[in-house]
Design a protein around this ligand. Structure first.
Ligand code: MG
Length: 258
């Protein structure tokens, strides 16, 4: 099931996206599916008539995982970390499909990173790997935008990876998906730049949920960005970066400088 968050006139709502590409509909559901489950109303819109929003604004956190694909670690001259390399992005970094990524003034080198994202559905802690499916709500696409110059000069990555608009998410959450063998692709202005598969992750999405939950209590709506495949590069004002993950959909964001 594809769960989207969107607006038609004013207040954000959740809905279920169905139908074939190009003729999808969104059926409004009652309230918040993270707490109420999915109960459909009788209201249905054409997908083209709604504006999609980030499918979730995490109430507490976005957790990032660094260097989780060997080829990507190597392309930036890094070793694969012996321990999982975790970092946090604030929920103020999250934007939705089509929203502009605003390049921060303090960086001249902002990079795109296409990533499979896990969305947590239940409060949990110390989840064994064989039980992580019980706490996962679903999966979405994300871009872990990174100020590469700042990342190289600052020991903490808070500024490099946490600036406003550095975490586009969407277009919706797919709740039925096996995360272990999915193509992850990214296009810069239409040119394919990233072409990976989640089977090449050093730690799988399920392993990561277990590992992350050893450090942090996870809350409904928390997001884990599972790392990016090789092919990362810089974005400039006027660019557009599009991410497609097999079985989920496509997330596209323009890049601006203010
Ligand atoms: Mg990343």
């Amino acid at each position: 099931m594809r769960i989207a968050r969107f607006v038609v006139d004013s207040d954000p709502m959740y809905g279920v996206v169905e139908g074939e590409p190009g003729s999808e509909t969104v059926t409004v559901i009652h309230g918040d599916p993270f707490f109420n489950g999915v109960e459909r109303t009788s209201v249905k819109h054409k997908l083209e008539d709604v504006r999609l929003l980030a499918p979730i604004i995490p109430r507490s956190k976005v957790i990032g995982v660094g260097r989780n694909y060997a080829e990507h670690a190597a392309e930036l001259g890094n070793e694969v970390p012996a321990q999982p390399l975790l970092f946090l992005k604030p929920n103020t970094a999250v934007v939705g499909p089509g929203d502009p990524v605003v390049l921060p003034e303090f960086s001249e080198e902002v990079s795109f990173e296409a990533e499979l994202c896990v969305v947590i559905g239940r409060i949990c802690k110390d989840v064994p790997e064989e039980r992580v499916d019980d706490v996962i709500f679903g999966y979405t696409c994300g871009n872990d935008l990174t100020a590469r110059d700042v990342q190289k000069t600052e020991l903490q990555w808070a500024r490099a990876k946490g600036f406003d608009t550095s975490a586009p998410l969407g277009p919706w959450i797919e709740t039925e998906l096996d995360p272990d063998d999915l193509d992850v692709k990214g296009w810069l202005n239409g040119d394919l730049r990233q072409d990976g598969n989640t089977r090449d992750m050093i730690r799988s999405a399920r392993e990561l949920v277990s590992i992350v939950s050893q450090a942090f209590t996870l809350l409904p709506g928390d997001v884990i960005m599972t790392g990016t495949p090789a092919g990362v590069g810089l974005v400039s004002e006027g660019d557009r970066y599009e991410i497609e993950i097999e079985g989920i959909g496509r997330l596209s964001n323009p890049v601006v400088r203010r």
